[in-house]
Design a binder for this molecule. Structure first.
Ligand code: PLP
Length: 364
């Protein structure tokens, strides 16, 4: 069989997707991926080293991730059986696309609805699984357009609706009452509230979701200091988590990730809190610094990054930053309003200061 005929066997939706690429060598000041800028202090590393020293790496991991589930239920509420765990929330988005994929009667394909712009994986993963993605533009303040969302939900009767709040890349939380009204008005879809950046906003839908079996909460450790271990979760009614568990790879979370994530949610939680507090304070300081420049407009943020509009040549501006070893995120696809924007992850005070000095240099 030729390569051409083998390639013809791949699903057609892949033609419109491209590989998710990350730059090969990390820049000195890395403000492009919404990670926490803080390495762990030595005592925390020692705790992790001790946990790994004691772990049985010659055995398969605990397929149920018992200790991590316990830590999640104790820390975030609910019962251990409500949690489905994944190698980052990315894996859970894919897992839900695999499992919750029966088309509505009369429809050819399952449908997912999300606002736009938002986290790109909702679209990419749904396409890779043969779903129909339906995006609804955010309003001028980057908030949900509740009327347009309601029309899209009524028209398409989606299997899943995603709301990232705070939203990536816009940084803001959506109006709470808009989400609540949409969830209550459309009880036949699963509404997934993605709280990846929730720790930076101080807001959560936990109590709201607890009372609604068609509302799930998604979370991750990636944005609060543990992007490298790839641990995320979705908390959903037990009747649904049982079904999702059927398609989860039995050993999707390795032993090291389970051990480290359990520590992150328990003994190391105070260290993470200190880092979060520092990042929130730096976010406000950096926003004030950026707003000094007429060419820049900083949108309000509840997350660990800022979306900034630049009235000039954005690629040239980003190149000038990169020449000074500072990487930020540009947007070449998706909502056209983003073409004039960059996304800046909040760094350590020193990194942010380097950015401030670079801006002075570039913008005068
Ligand atoms: C809104 C949102 N959800 C989920 C994720 C993915 O997180 P994870 O690293 O857990 O896969 C991201 C990452 O950028 C994100 O912005």
């Amino acid at each position: 069989m030729s390569i051409q005929s083998l390639k013809a066997l791949f699903r057609p939706e892949l033609d419109e997707l491209s590989t998710y690429r990350v730059p090969p060598a990390p820049p000195v000041v890395k403000l492009d991926a919404n990670e926490s800028p803080w390495p762990l202090p030595p005592e925390a590393r020692a705790r992790i080293a001790a946990a790994l020293h004691a772990s049985e790496l010659h055995r398969y991991p605990d397929g149920r991730a018992t200790k991590l589930r316990d830590a999640l239920a104790r820390g975030l509420g609910g019962s251990t059986d409500e949690y489905v765990l994944g190698a980052g929330s990315d894996e859970l988005i894919a897992l839900m696309a695999t499992a919750i994929s029966r088309p509505r009667s009369g429809a050819d394909r399952p449908v997912v609805v999300f606002p736009d712009p938002t986290f790109v994986m909702y679209r990419m993963t749904s396409r890779a699984h043969g779903w129909e993605p339906v995006s609804v533009p955010l309003d001028g303040a980057w908030d949900l357009d509740a009327g347009a969302m309601a029309s899209a939900l009524a028209r398409t009767n989606p299997n899943i609706v995603y709301y990232a709040t705070p939203n990536n890349p816009t940084g803001n939380c959506f109006s709470r009452d808009k989400i609540e009204r949409l969830v209550d008005a459309f009880p036949d879809s699963l509404h997934v509230i993605d709280e990846a950046y929730g720790p930076y906003s101080g807001q959560s839908f936990a109590t709201f979701a607890e009372e609604r079996p068609h509302c799930a909460l998604m979370g991750t450790l990636s944005k609060v200091g543990f992007a490298g271990i790839r641990v995320g979760w979705v908390r959903v009614h037990e009747a649904l988590s049982q079904e999702l568990e059927k398609v989860r790879q039995p050993f999707n979370l390795n032993t090291a990730s389970q051990d480290i994530a359990t520590l992150a949610l328990t003994d190391l939680a105070p260290v993470l809190e200190t880092h979060i507090t520092s990042i929130v304070a730096e976010r406000e300081r950096l926003a004030t610094e950026l707003d000094r420049y007429e060419v820049l407009q900083c949108f309000p943020s509840d997350a660990n990054f800022l979306l900034v509009q630049h009235t000039g040549d954005v690629p040239k501006f980003c190149r000038a930053l990169l020449d000074r070893e500072i990487a930020v995120r540009q947007f070449s696809t998706g909502d056209s309003r983003l073409r004039s924007c960059i996304r800046i992850t909040i760094g350590t005070p020193e990194e942010n200061q380097r950015l401030v000095e670079a801006l002075r240099d570039i913008l005068g």
